[in-house]
Design a protein around this ligand. Sequence first.
Ligand code: PEP
Length: 252
Amino acid sequence: MRKKIVAGNWKCNTTVQEGIELAKAVNELVAKEGNKNVVVVLGTPFTHLTSVVASVDASRIGVASQNCAAEAKGAFTGEVSAAMVKSTGAGYVILGHSERREYYNETSETLNKKVALSFANGLTPIYCCGEPLSIREAGTQNGFVKTQLDETIFNLSAEEFLKLVIAYEPIWAIGTGVTASTQQAQDMLAYIRSLIADKFGAAVAEETSILYGGSCNAKNAAELFSQPDIDGGLIGGASLKAEDFIQIINGF
Ligand code: PEP
């Protein structure tokens, strides 16, 4: 059965010390009252990975970087490779976040390299897709998301594809306080699952965890997670407060 996953994306927030405090607070709440059926992941800045891994119970909480280099190693000043991420003890890597696509010119070509390197180093990609507002307003969001997938993770083998997690994040809902309606989120996730079924077969589609992201919070998580195709959330702002994050985890 596919996993239910709630993953936090801390973005460029918290110092290492603040991140350790946050991770410990989440760890304590998860141990005390966290839904055991939910895989919890903390997506931290690179600088925090080793310390956060050491601050949480690995049997309950996974740790993710928010990116990795498109090259394995070498003269790429400032880059952090998938092997380096893996060596911190992190198990996941968020790839293709819309902020990286928009502000750092991340293309499908770059993402294909990052996905391959993540697999080569035993990391689970949390692969993001999602349309901007103009596309949603034009009503062409399905085609837009299909192209994002066709150009990248739909070229993987079924075996590899089964190892990743997809996060659908409409850009107009990220950090805006505007959440996609439950129906909009469900419709898109069902559509993505139908594309996976067409490409890799029904069994693979059934096994793939697809998350919703975009202003998901302690108040709206339960309704979103009640939908048949929504397997959890990628959570930005609300993952920075342990009390909110645990409510989202327990939204299932
Ligand atoms: C995100 O950036 O992945 C995200 C979902 O952000 P927020 O929850 O703040 O909208």
